[in-house]
Design a protein around this ligand. Structure first.
Ligand code: ADP
Ligand code: MG
Ligand code: MG
Length: 876
């Protein structure tokens, strides 16, 4: 196997093998952009190393050959004492994981070569600055020396020399610092800092391989749903120096504003700096227009390169660059992360600019982003004066208690705002857990900003007025302590004391019909892309709605029918008393009397929903939960009865109820008397519900409506259950005048139903997968009991990458679904098949249902737009 690719060999489509960074470095090289030369070690080599714990065969020979080529090209040898070649060793996985893995710069510096570097560049300060950076990064990354140890030594050195910034340290000071760093290295590792350049390289490459499995990288992958077994590529690249004095520097830039999508150039630049200095927020950065003022030539060259990149990638790009003594070098590019709002705005803009078509625009936005855009925003009219304003780095309205460290945030049970001076990758678990993030330092490209945007978390950074301490921050005279509630507006950058009320987002107001297109760029983009999505998708999108209000909202959000109308709420409230009478009935007459009283109430409920959904299908599910759910709890009743007895009263009705509750008690209600089973043992219940549907439909029709009710039988496991119930349904339907055609179908939510779907289709005109129950019964665990109990452990152990209740388990539950689809359709070719249950609105699951050949998905009204979008993306 070939494990090493020169930058001149690769291209942007080789991300699997070369990682995103390597593939894009190769692509920029191919485009003739100024990229320092280098080569990429493949992800395959990393996987082999992680699997076996040993270097793959032949890897170092190949690296050696490529290194010699690089040395020839540069006219320098790695770590040579006279004029050394230095390289960086950079991680870079298929999917960008900013700052999660490791990179070591300045490999090749030793006690000997540092003198050569100083002599050759004529800049002694620069050479020693680079050497101390190497020892620090190498120590931390390769040998696990705690970063704190170096940071402390640096602070002490700055104090001794009376300077505040690292740039204030001169060559002598830095030479001393190198001595201290070497001691720190020795103290923690028990060995000297390696003086053989090739050994440095080898150890760094292995460390980057291993950094794939670093805790924070694993957390990030879980959050972003990146598979855990991809491995990282390693890029070895000739160093260019942004720390060679004033005419040098390093920066990051975006071709469009990643927060709003506005056209233009956005970025930060730091003079006399290297590597992470810009994003780490160690000194205040300057804007790119400031760069234009101090180095016009490099700025113009940067603009040329950026427009080449946008033209080539046809999308927003973000880049890392370095200027070495007036010469621009490109160190990285990728299609940039962006906020959800920017994703929609940019996609629509690029269509307008003729760069991409509408199909491509749909590929560039996601249902998850759309869901984020539907979050509420602060009601600015009701907000007090802000206590501070920072950079609006990632939009959203977050309210929570201020906490000041990641561990507290991660452990919190209430919404919290993580407040930090600046964040670093160790803060990730806290950032994941927090409702919002606030930092005192750093710009749009700081660690906090990049990570928050990536996970759609609200973030305000660089709120310079706030002074962040260990358990409080101060701003002016105000002290905000741990536990005080604050509100953070990631759209405006404002920070408020207390909880600011929120109002619906513009996108939701647009769906609700309260905001027309033409007033808001994000709404306009959503409007346009969803219209196109509706013309592209094959899957219909229905909604789960139990009330007329929900039904109306669902249609505004684009639902084409109701896929699940639950009837259980129709037994609650004042009607409970009737249900109690039904359950306690000892004679047919008592039971029929209770049912007769429920009938007109149900009929009215159904009539309202059928009117609300005039002309569209309404799938009504017969009552599903165990009846004792409608009775008071055993404990409460027992206490009431016992008290009555103590007082010497006649327990009467309560005692009867208690006896019924005891009689009906089930140790596994989920597996007990529910669904179709109820109708089979409780005479008259199904008949009453069906009669209510039939009479409601007949009445709507008589008044000029166009009702399309369907009757759905829950929890069927055997065709016999369905056949018996169906006969009863048809008997009742035939007794009511003027009923439209009512289709009868079943839920497929018991594994046995899925495995006998061919038989069941004989008695069903439609199937609807109840994926919640199918998942519970298929895995043999109950959602209510297991999510808190052991799911986080299962996720950690990699039993699954995401909860099977959140996203359909394709391999297991998915197989039940495809089996049922195939066998059902074989038995009855015109069988309609849909899904109701949370999965119907989950983006990844929607793609699965599309591929499985379903006719529709049904989800909660707020999820309908997400499902419309993802159904289209699945069809592209
Ligand atoms: P990350 O993936 O965390 O961004 P990178 O591999 O991009 O890590 O490297 C960290 C920093 O070092 C970046 O700012 C990058 O531009 C800089 N850097 C990497 N290689 C070189 C090089 N050969 N010369 C100068 N700077 C470099
Ligand atoms: Mg980078
Ligand atoms: Mg169910």
């Amino acid at each position: 196997t070939k494990y090493v690719y020169d930058f001149t060999d690769g291209n942007k489509d080789l991300k699997d093998l070369l990682g995103g960074k390597g593939a894009n470095l190769a692509e920029m090289t191919r485009l003739g952009l100024p990229v320092p030369p280098g080569f990429t070690i493949t992800t395959e080599a990393c996987r082999a190393y992680l699997r076996t714990g040993a270097d793959p065969d032949g890897l170092w020979d190949e690296v050696g050959q490529h290194l010699r080529r690089l040395e020839l090209h540069m006219g320098r040898e790695l770590g040579s004492p006279t004029d050394p070649l230095l390289v960086s060793v950079r991680s870079g996985a298929k999917f960008s994981m900013p700052g999660m893995m490791e990179t070591v710069l300045d490999i090749g510096l030793t006690d000997a070569s540092v003198e050569g570097l100083a002599a050759h560049t004529g800049d002694e300060r620069f050479a020693w600055d680079s050497y101390r950076r190497l020892i620090q990064m190498f120590g931390k990354t390769v040998c696990d020396v705690p970063g704190e140890a170096f940071a402390q030594a640096l602070e002490e050195c700055k104090a001794v020399h009376g300077v505040t910034a690292d740039t204030g340290l001169d060559a002598t000071a830095l030479r001393d610092l190198v001595e201290t760093y070497k001691k720190v290295f020795h103290d923690h590792t028990g060995r000297e800092f390696p003086q053989a350049p090739h050994e440095q390289l080898l150890l760094a490459v292995r460390a980057v391989f291993r950094s794939w499995n670093a805790e924070r990288a694993a957390v990030y992958r879980r959050q972003e749903r990146i598979p855990a077994d991809l491995g990282t590529a390693v890029n070895v690249m000739a160093m260019v120096y942004g720390n060679l004095g004033e005419g040098s520097g390093t920066g990051v830039a975006f071709t469009r504003d990643p927060a709003t999508g506005a056209r233009g150039v956005y970025g930060d630049y730091l003079e006399n700096a290297q590597g992470e200095d810009v994003v780490a927020g160690i000194r205040n950065t300057m804007s790119l227009s400031d760069l234009a003022a101090i180095d016009r030539r490099s700025f113009d060259e940067l603009m040329r390169v950026m427009s080449t990149l946008e033209g080539h990638y046809r999308d927003l790009c973000d880049i890392e660059f370095t200027i070495e003594r007036g010469k621009l070098w490109m160190l990285q590019t990728r299609v940039g992360k962006r906020t959800p709002a920017a994703a929609f705005v940019i996609a629509a803009q690029l269509v307008d600019e003729g760069v991409i078509d509408l199909d491509e625009a749909l590929r560039r936005v996601t249902g998850k982003q759309l869901a984020t855009l539907m979050f509420p925003a602060f009601d600015t009219a009701a907000a007090p004066a802000p206590i501070a304003t920072g950079v609006p780095a990632s939009p959203g309205a977050a309210v929570g208690k201020a906490v000041f460290d990641a561990a507290t945030a991660a452990a919190a049970t209430e919404p919290v705002i993580l407040v930090r001076r600046e964040t670093n990758p160790d803060d990730l678990p806290g950032m994941v857990a927090a409702a919002g993030i606030l930092t005192g330092r750093g710009g749009k490209t700081s660690h906090a900003a990049v990570v928050a945007r990536g996970m759609g978390r609200t973030c305000v950074c660089g709120a310079e007025a706030i002074d962040v301490g260990e358990h409080a921050f101060t701003v002016g005279d105000t002290v905000v302590r741990e536990g005080d509630v604050i509100s953070v507006d990631g759209t405006s950058g404002r920070v408020y004391l207390g909880a600011v009320p929120v109002r619906p987002s513009p996108v939701v107001r647009y769906f609700e019909g309260e905001l027309q297109p033409g007033h808001d760029r994000v709404v306009d983009a959503v409007h346009r892309l969803l219209a196109h999505a509706d013309s592209v998708r094959r899957l219909e999108v229905h909604a789960n709605a139990d009330t007329p209000v929900d039904a109306v909202r669902a249609q505004r959000f684009g639902a084409e029918g109701i896929g699940l109308c639950r009837t259980e709420h129709m037994f609650l409230g004042e009607r409970r008393a009737l249900v109690e009478r039904l359950i306690l009935a000892t004679t047919d007459a008592e039971r029929d009397a209770a049912l007769d009283e429920l009938l007109p109430l149900q009929r009215e409920d159904f009539a309202h929903i059928l009117w609300a959904m005039d002309g569209r299908p309404v799938t009504i599910r017969l009552i599903d939960p165990p009846l004792h759910e409608f009775l008071p709890s055993l404990e409460e009743l027992a206490v009431t009865v016992a008290r009555a007895q103590e007082r010497g009263e006649q327990p009467g009705r309560d005692a009867e109820l208690l006896a019924a509750v005891r009689r009906m008690h089930e140790s596994n209600p989920m597996l007990g008397l529910r669904g179709v089973r109820l109708g089979l043992v409780l005479p008259g219940l199904v008949a009453m519900q069906v009669r209510a549907v039939a009479e409601a439909a007949a009445a709507v029709r008589a008044n000029g409506g166009d009702p399309h009710p369907e009757i759905m039988v829950p929890l069927v496991g055997a065709v016999q259950e369905l056949e018996i119930t169906r006969a009863e349904i048809e008997r009742v339907l035939s007794t009511v005048e003027g009923v439209p055609n009512v289709r009868v179908g079943t839920m497929i939510e018991v594994p046995r139903a899925a495995m006998t779907a061919g038989e069941i289709a004989g008695a069903a005109e439609f199937f609807s997968f109840g994926t919640n129950d199918l998942t519970q019964l298929g895995w043999g665990f109950s959602r209510d009991d297991v999510e808190g109990a052991f799911f986080s452990r299962y996720l950690e152990l990699g039993v699954f990458g995401v909860s099977p209740f959140e996203s359909i388990d394709r391999t297991g539950i998915g197989r039940l679904i495809t089996t049922a689809v195939n066998e059902g359709r074989a038995a009855r070719p015109d069988l309609t098949i849909g899904v109701c249950g949370e999965h119907g609105g989950d983006p990844d699951s929607v793609h699965f249902f599309h591929a499985a050949g379903l006719d529709y998905v049904s989800c909660s009204p707020y999820r309908v737009p997400v499902a419309r979008l993802e159904a289209a993306r699945a069809a592209l």
